[in-house]
Every structure is written in C-alpha cells, then in structure tokens.
Write a protein that binds this ligand. Structure first.
Ligand code: HEC
Length: 136
C-alpha cells in the first residue's frame, strides 16, 4: 500500500516536470507504435553487436530508426506525430534519427567499441526526450 503510494507520488513528480504535448489520439497511437518498434530494434541491435554482426546491426539501425525511416507515417496517414511536436521536441526526434544513421555509418567500419559508443548517443536521445516530454 505505502509502496504504491510512493510510486504514485514519484510518477506525479515526473509528470509535473515533463511538458505535456497534446496530439490527436491517432497520432498518439502512431507514436507509441514507433516507440515500441524503436525499443525492439534497439534490443536487436545490442544482440547483433554481441554476436559481432555489425553490418547487420548497421542496416537495421538505418532502415528502422535512421534518417531513411523518417516521414513515412506522415505521408501515409497525415497523422505523423512529428506534426504535433513543439520545435524543440521535433529537433530531439530528428537527433534520434541522425544518431541512428551515424551509428550505422560507424558500425559498418567494424570496430565494436566505437559502435557501442555511437549506440549510446542513440539511447541518450531516447532518455533526453523522455525526461522532457509526455503525451498524456
Ligand atoms: C522526440 C522525443 C522522443 C524520443 C527521441 C524518443 N521517445 Fe519514446 N516516448 C516519447 C514520449 C513523449 C512518450 C510517451 C510518454 C507518455 O506516456 O506520455 C514515449 C513513449 C515511449 C515508450 C512507451 C510506449 C507505450 O507503449 O506507451 C517506449 C517503449 C519508448 N518511448 C521507447 C523509446 C526508445 C527506445 C527511444 C530511442 C530509441 C525513444 N523512445 C525515443 C518521446 C520520445
């Protein structure tokens, strides 16, 4: 009971610090879907790095999160979540895609340590945006 209360308090605090970005429910849905896919892709990339399959990790990063993955939803549905983001948030989104393409470029060179460092730049963008914004 007390634990649940504490959890709720912590949640509330985090919510108060984060800026609420309102978007239509369709756009929210698209965004959550992308987020889940990003998480799954990240998970796959880490596995591939561990198996020394850097080429594969690179192409996954580029096609699923990189610059070349951008804007497809927007063209398809007119409900790309980027349309509803304040400029700074959109910029953070853009940085995620850029960092992922940069990871792809570095991973292709075949140095695991550098690839991991580049991957951390990707996850840094996930963290930064999550600490700043919420959609509900
Ligand atoms: C441009 C900002 C931004 C970036 C970059 C970003 N996210 Fe998110 N993410 C959000 C917001 C906002 C939410 C919704 C939080 C809320 O519930 O209000 C979210 C939600 C999620 C969720 C929960 C989805 C659900 O089912 O509700 C996951 C998982 C997630 N993000 C993973 C990631 C991962 C992994 C990355 C990096 C590869 C990432 N995100 C990058 C803004 C971002």
């Amino acid at each position: 009971m007390a634990e649940t209360e504490n959890q709720n308090k912590a949640e509330l605090q985090l919510n108060e610090q984060r800026q609420l970005v309102e978007m239509p429910s369709k756009a929210q849905q698209v965004m959550r879907q992308h987020m889940l896919e990003h998480l799954a892709t990240l998970n796959q990339i880490i596995g591939l790095i561990a198996e020394d399959k850097l080429e594969k990790a690179a192409s996954l990063a580029e096609t699923k999160i990189g610059i070349s993955s951008m804007g497809k939803q927007c063209a398809k549905t007119g409900m790309g979540p980027g349309l509803f983001m304040p400029p700074d948030m959109r910029q953070m989104g853009r940085r995620l895609h850029e960092a992922s393409s940069e990871f792809a470029r570095i991973a292709k060179e075949g140095d695991t340590k550098q690839a991991v460092a580049a991957l951390q730049k990707v996850t840094t963008t996930c963290v930064a945006c999550h600490y700043k914004y919420r959609i509900q």
